[in-house]
Write a protein that binds this ligand. Structure first.
Ligand SMILES: *Cc1c(COP(=O)(O)O)cnc(C)c1O
Length: 386
């Protein structure tokens, strides 16, 4: 009997019961005072989590819409843009830039590897005309966490503007937008924020607003100036995802009740425990050591294991839903999401199910070695990731 699914994909993420209740509300006038208060509260909370005093827009769209808004508002067709990518989401961001007419200079890392800061510095030195640089904080397809402080510093030292895809990191991994001088930073409600899909966040520095004045790419729905003008009167230009905003307000409340430092530590501890456990079971990790994501872990199967059959049994017999590999790694790797509402207990349930599934498939015995490896990490870190 499966009473509740363990949704362990890197977004959408599970909703805490408090969030589900918070969104169970009658509709309100999106031009009225209640929504105005809700929007102000969500924007203020999100700014604390991004650690920024820059403008922050809340757009009704998935994360990709937030990313699209950055290109639509910052460039003119024919502009040189540097796209530093290390996986599928990096490719997507470059694809958006291309769709808006950018003259792309690509810096592509091998899958599993991070973006190299020295390579980035060299590309910027070779392309003095490229004002905008596209970066990924957490590459969800390869499960790589880039050192965003270092990369953003390289961009600033070269006098350029950074656009950072931080969709699957912000609120789970510290990003500190102002401290790192990140010009445009994007996240989305269905990742670490413990809310359903539907809202994207975009932070915009004064330098980005300056560039926006001259940018001529076509835009309408995502026109930042229209959004800012409405935000100044606590509203949005178009009908917002009101239900998601209620959820997000509660998600932010829960993150702040836990304390952001504790939230980040919980994600780090659970990521380390996941990595240790999957390796102890016999999987090899996809991302390079030292650059493994705190929100999602990607692993390659041991000999004799079919990833499709593994995921199917996990889902059907144990209610544990994990992600497939993406792009060229589809069917060749799997990804375990551990962001947002995730505890050590959830991880143990996932690992118990993984071991049982491998035994069912006659690949390896369910002898608890994954669970034990996870416990060793969790107890060593104080075991406070309940
Ligand atoms: C989830 C995600 C996105 C956004 O995807 P949407 O489906 O449009 O919300 C972008 N970048 C990364 C790294 C992601 O993990």
């Amino acid at each position: 009997m499966i009473f509740q699914q363990q949704l362990r994909i890197p977004g959408p993420t599970p909703l805490p019961e408090r969030v589900v209740r918070a969104m169970n509300q009658p509709m309100i006038d999106h031009r009225g005072p209640e929504f105005g208060a809700l929007l102000r509260d969500v924007v203020a909370g999100a700014k604390r989590i991004f650690e920024t005093s820059n403008d922050l827009l809340v757009l009704t769209s998935s994360g990709s819409g937030g990313l699209e808004s950055a290109l639509a508002n910052l460039i003119s067709p024919g502009d040189k843009v540097v796209a530093a990518g290390c996986g599928m989401f990096g490719d997507r961001l470059a694809g958006i830039a291309e769709a808006f007419g950018a003259d792309l200079i690509r810096l592509i890392s091998e899958w599993g590897q991070p973006t190299d800061p020295d390579d980035l510095a060299k590309v910027l030195a070779d392309n003095p005309g490229a004002k905008v640089v596209l970066l990924t904080h957490n590459e969800t397809s390869t499960c790589v966490g880039n050192d965003i402080a270092v990369l953003a510093r390289v961009v600033k030292d070269a006098g350029r503007l950074s656009v950072v895809d931080a969709v699957s990191s912000v609120s789970s991994v510290r990003i500190a937008v102002d401290e790192n001088q990140i010009d445009v930073c994007v996240s989305a409600s269905q990742k670490g924020w413990m809310a359903p899909p539907g809202l994207a966040f975009v932070t915009i520095s004064p330098g980005a607003w300056e560039l926006n004045k001259a940018a001529k790419a076509p835009r309408f729905y995502f026109d930042w100036q229209r959004h800012l003008a409405q935000l100044e009167v606590s509203s949005t230009p178009w009908t917002p995802a009101i239900g998601v905003a209620y959820a997000l307000q509660e998600g932010i409340r829960m993150l702040e009740e836990e304390g952001l430092a504790n939230v980040y530590q919980r994600h780090a501890d659970i990521a380390h425990a996941t990595q240790a456990a999957l390796q102890a079971i016999g999987f090899s990790l996809f991302a390079a050591e030292g650059y493994r994501s705190n929100t999602v872990t990607g692993a390659l199967p041991m000999a004799g294991l079919d990833v499709g059959a593994f995921r199917k049994i996990l889902r059907e017999n144990y209610g544990v839903v994990i992600g497939n590999g993406q792009g060229k790694m589809q069917g060749k790797m799997f990804r375990v999401g551990h962001l947002g509402a995730v505890t050590a207990g959830d991880l143990i349930q996932v690992l118990w199910s993984v071991e049982r599934t491998l035994e069912e498939l006659d690949v390896a015995p369910a002898d608890g070695r994954g669970i034990n490896a996870a416990n060793r990490v969790l107890f060593a870190t104080g075991g406070d990731s309940r």
